[in-house]
Design a protein around this ligand. Structure first.
Ligand SMILES: Nc1nc2c(c(=O)[nH]1)N[C@H]1C(S)=C(S)[C@@H](COP(=O)(O)OP(=O)(O)OC[C@H]3O[C@@H](n4cnc5c(=O)[nH]c(N)nc54)[C@H](O)[C@@H]3O)O[C@H]1N2
Ligand SMILES: Nc1nc2c(c(=O)[nH]1)N[C@H]1C(S)=C(S)[C@@H](COP(=O)(O)OP(=O)(O)OC[C@H]3O[C@@H](n4cnc5c(=O)[nH]c(N)nc54)[C@H](O)[C@@H]3O)O[C@H]1N2
Ligand code: SF4
Ligand SMILES: [Mo]
Length: 843
């Protein structure tokens, strides 16, 4: 149905429906426009993802559009000297001149060796177009956006049930444990709508337990806050599994037997034992007392425990191996690691498994499902150096109660885009299991030595682009076999000097590029180093279709201009098309677009190789490909995207793996590690560690956990509802509110710890790690673990900007305290350690 968009006839006001671009998630918005001026943004109540709600950032969007410090024209640096605080002496130039300068640099390196381009791209809402640098010919992704977010999380979801993300069931969960995630309160999946979903769940009585080093927003609202030492969450959960299996003997054995590989027999070489004639993985039938193929219909009773001899080899069900591993994680031992009392670990485990109602069913819309209304949700804060092991642990604590993709439990969140997949990517894999997708954004990059990418993606058969490694590989090319010298850095919607760990190393790296160009809307810490800047339209002036892991809905949110572009700016997609044309690869670029947008499936909309298409035309064809001939831009302009964003059905949500099994034991991961090792050894690489490529998770302290009397504290970071990274700190209202919100206003220190160190509220302190130092303003609170200090993003910026310059202390940025190196990188997923060991001094 067409919506009535004219609300106020007298004032000629019209409401335009569009998509919020203040963070990646893209809530539905409507913007009131009077005489060509946008005056108000509200949530689109027809959008069932955000349910008509907006977070503070979404409400502040007009300040992005009308920001006086926006880029208004292409700029060229006239001061060749680069550095922090050095004035680039920008001058405005024409688009023609700007493109000429960039194209001549790019032409030169493309002719010599296209790997000389490094690209830092984090424009999530235009995700399909991230491949521009690959079409140019360079595999270097100069950003840790992937490894900051969910380096092990996305791959493990791709391996377990062919999804990208996951969330507890807002509708049916009764006992929600939240570990290091802002879901439902501040961040992660679609917070505007999820705050309502979380509040509704609490109103119907759902209990919430939050494990966090500080009293986060979620923790303040929870039934129980459990403070812990950073990076020890995995130990806490291993302790929970110990209690379930060794003390309470309560877990969902039926689910493990029928729906997972827990009963598969594994030998001492950590391989499945196979039927000699068919090669099928074997299980042990307890009743017939013999090994049978996992899918043999005569299996009467799968053994989960015991030790057997098959094909003259000793073997055990995978579950028995798991049980042996977690034997050592008694609550007493785990308590020493985490600082959480043993009785708390026991009590929470008991509450969790009791709430899970193992064995119960529920009928929804006439269909019977297993009912497991308890689940553990986690995200960035729960993932540390041994990131893979962290993720495997949190997956297993859910699987142990049989809650995977059933009502009340842990639900997979697919990336419902045509360019990547459509729904859960459930395909039959080997040994009766779902097919693993260890690189959820594309095919597994083949091993290669010497590598072609600075982020060494060739060494990560599971995981993500570990952009933080670009620093080490540029500074020590011989160590990694890098046989080319990067010359040009492209920045698009990205601030790597801010977002990468090891800031000082990256400052050094920035000095080594001969030429930097940026596509942005404002000048940030990285863009300040550019030679030429190309100004992009803001989200309120441009087109796209956006779909980013909505937890309970599917369908694109449509972005359209609500006003004419205010300045001499261009859409980033049009810029990329123009560059492709001038560099002579428009044909390849158009072919790529046809492929990533799925237009290849609708030949009538395919882009021809030699024509430049505007962003509007591309989005129109994209929309028609997705939704049919009548649903191009014209349709969306009239209707907004409300109608196309819909709730995922029960069939799309529950038990999507059908009769296929999901992995409880990560035999696939173990095997992948062995294959990698063989290739590395052939290339004479003896400095890689394969130990985390394991069947099951375990605990080992990482370098932040060794006894360190000098650096006696841990520094952590967190996002709050007020900001998207630190980008929105330059939005006046958001900054103003943040300055009044204690967690956003300085460095959180436990009152007792501060008093011991002679630090008072609002004192300026020096924070030092082994890798760097920063200054900050102390904010004393009871709401943080005594061994931890907490630094929000809102105090982290150092750019020369009227809002930042007004701050008493600039640049209180956690990343300056971190290292960017292989030592602090997970060798499976590419994730990195985001916690620092620090000491503080009053100054
Ligand atoms: N408001 C807002 N929303 C966002 C974003 C944003 O910038 N702002 N960014 C989006 C993006 S790209 C992402 S990746 C997601 C990230 O979403 P989240 O993972 O939810 O974000 P964070 O705040 O980085 O981390 C979550 C929590 O982990 C806690 N934490 C830190 N260390 C530890 C630890 O060792 N153990 C435990 N248990 N907790 C710890 C932090 O204090 C924080 O409260 O959010 C998305 N949504
Ligand atoms: N200390 C610390 N480090 C972190 C994080 C953290 O929370 N704390 N979070 C990590 C995570 S999860 C991620 S994903 C990364 C994100 O890291 P970044 O990619 O750097 O994140 P943003 O700040 O969103 O984007 C950078 C820049 O995009 C530009 N921009 C904004 N809107 C537009 C637009 O419409 N068009 C264009 N062309 N440019 C625009 C702005 O200049 C902004 O500064 O950072 C990671 N690093
Ligand atoms: S959650 Fe993100 S997309 Fe939604 S209103 Fe807030 S900033 Fe906008
Ligand atoms: Mo992220």
């Amino acid at each position: 149905m067409e919506r009535n968009t004219t609300l106020n006839k007298k004032g000629k006001a019209e409401w335009k429906y569009s998509c919020c671009g203040m963070c990646l998630h893209g809530c539905g918005i409507k913007v009131k426009v009077i005489d060509g001026v946008a005056v108000k943004i509200e949530g689109d109540e027809g959008n069932v993802d955000n349910l008509g709600k907006l977070c503070p950032k979404g409400n502040a969007g007009l300040m992005r559009l009308y920001d006086p410090y926006r880029l208004k024209s292409p700029l060229k640096r006239t001061n060749p000297e680069k550095g922090i605080g050095v004035d680039p002496k920008w001058v405005e130039i024409t688009w023609e001149e700007a493109l000429d300068i960039i194209v001549s640099k790019l032409k030169k390196i493309r002719g010599e060796d296209p790997r000389k381009l490094a690209a830092s791209i984090v424009d999530f809402q235009r995700g399909p177009f991230w491949g521009w640098h690959a079409i140019f010919g360079s595999p270097t992704y100069f950003s840790c956006a992937g490894t900051s977010c969910g380096p092990g999380y996305h791959p493990i979801n791709g391996i377990v049930d062919g999804t990208f993300a996951a969330i507890n069931d807002y509708e049916y969960c009764n006992y929600w444990i939240q570990i290091g995630a802002g879901d439902g309160f501040t961040s992660h999946l679609h917070v505007s709508g999820s705050a309502k979903r979380m509040a509704d769940a609490r109103m119907r009585g759902m209990k919430l337990v939050v494990l966090e080093p500080w009293l986060s927003t979620g923790a303040t609202k929870a039934d129980e806050w459990i403070p812990c030492i950073p990076g020890t969450d995995r130990a806490f959960v291993l302790g929970m599994m110990h209690v379930l299996v060794h003390e309470l003997d309560k877990y969902d054995a039926e689910f493990l037997k029928i729906q997972t590989n827990a009963p598969y027999l594994v030998d001492d070489d950590e391989k499945y034992v196979r039927e000699q004639s068919t090669g099928k993985a074997l299980v042990w039938d307890k009743e017939d007392m013999k090994a049978k193929a996992y899918n043999d219909p005569t299996v009467k009773c799968y053994a989960l425990e015991g030790e057997y001899s098959v094909n003259e080899r000793k073997c055990r069900p995978a579950f028995q191996i798991f049980k042996n591993i977690i034997k050592e994680y008694t609550p007493e031992r785990v308590s020493e690691i985490t600082s959480v009392p043993a009785e708390t670990i026991r009590r929470i485990s008991k509450e969790y498994v009791e709430a899970a109602r193992i064995g119960s069913d529920i009928v929804i819309d006439g269909k019977k499902y297993p009912y497991r209304p308890a689940a553990v949700n986690y995200y960035r804060g729960a993932q540390h150096l041994n990131n893979w092991l962290d993720n495997a642990t949190y997956v297993l604590i859910n699987m142990l109660i049989g809650n995977y993709d059933v009502p009340g439990g842990r639900l997979g969140v697919p990336l419902d885009t045509t360019w990547l997949s459509r729904g859960h990517q459930i395909k039959e894999g080997e040994d009766g299991l779902v097919k693993p997708f260890p690189h959820p954004l594309g095919p597994v990059p083949p091993f290669k030595y010497p590598p072609d990418s600075l982020q060494l993606i060739e060494f990560f058969p599971i995981g993500f682009n570990a952009g933080q490694l670009c620093a080490d590989s540029m500074l020590n090319p011989e160590k990694y076999g890098i046989d080319f010298k990067p010359e040009v850095l492209m920045l698009w919607h990205s601030n790597p000097l801010w977002h990468m760990p090891g800031t000082d190393k990256f400052i050094e790296v920035f000095k080594r590029f001969d030429f930097i160009f940026a596509i942005d809307i404002v000048i940030n810490e990285s863009v300040e180093w550019a030679d030429v800047i190309l100004p992009d339209h803001t989200y309120l002036e441009s087109y796209t279709l956006n779909l980013q892991e909505p937890p309970v809905t599917t369908g694109y949110c449509f972005r359209q201009p609500v006003v004419e572009p205010l300045y001499n700016t261009k859409d980033a997609l049009d810029i990329l098309t123009e560059l492709s044309y001038r560099l002579g690869f428009l044909d390849k670029w158009n072919e790529y677009i046809n492929y990533v947008l799925g237009i290849v499936n609708k030949p009538e909309y395919m882009l021809e190789p030699d024509r430049k298409y505007s962003s509007k035309e591309i989005v129109d064809r994209w929309a028609k490909t997705e939704y049919g001939d009548d649903c191009g831009i014209e349709w969306f302009e009239k209707h907004g995207s409300g109608g196309k964003v819909r709730k995922r059905t029960k069939e799309e949500t529950y038990q999507v793996y059908g009769n296929l099994r999901i992995p409880f034991c990560f035999e696939f991961v173990k095997r992948t590690g062995e294959e990698l090792k063989k290739q590395m050894e052939k290339a004479s690489i003896d400095w890689w560690d394969y130990s985390d490529y394991s069947l099951f998770p375990s605990w080992k302290p990482n370098p932040i956990h060794f006894k360190d009397e000098e650096y006696d504290l841990y520094a952590i970071n967190f996002k709050t509802i007020l900001h998207t990274f630190a980008d929105t700190v330059v939005i006046p209202t958001l900054n103003e509110v943040a300055e009044k919100n204690i967690p956003d206003a300085g460095v959180l220190i436990n009152t007792k710890t501060a008093t011991k160190k002679g630090v008072k509220n609002d004192d300026v302190i020096l924070i030092k790690s082994r890798f760097g130092e920063i200054k900050g303003i102390a904010k004393l609170t009871e709401g943080i673990h005594p061994d931890v200090i907490g630094i929000s993003n809102s105090v982290s910026r150092w750019i020369n900007h009227p809002i930042i310059n007004k701050k008493k202390v600039k640049g209180t940025h956690l990343n300056k305290l971190l290292d960017a190196s292989l030592d602090y990188t997970c060798k499976v997923s590419g994730g990195y350690e985001q916690t620092a060991r620090v000491k503080i001094l009053k100054i």
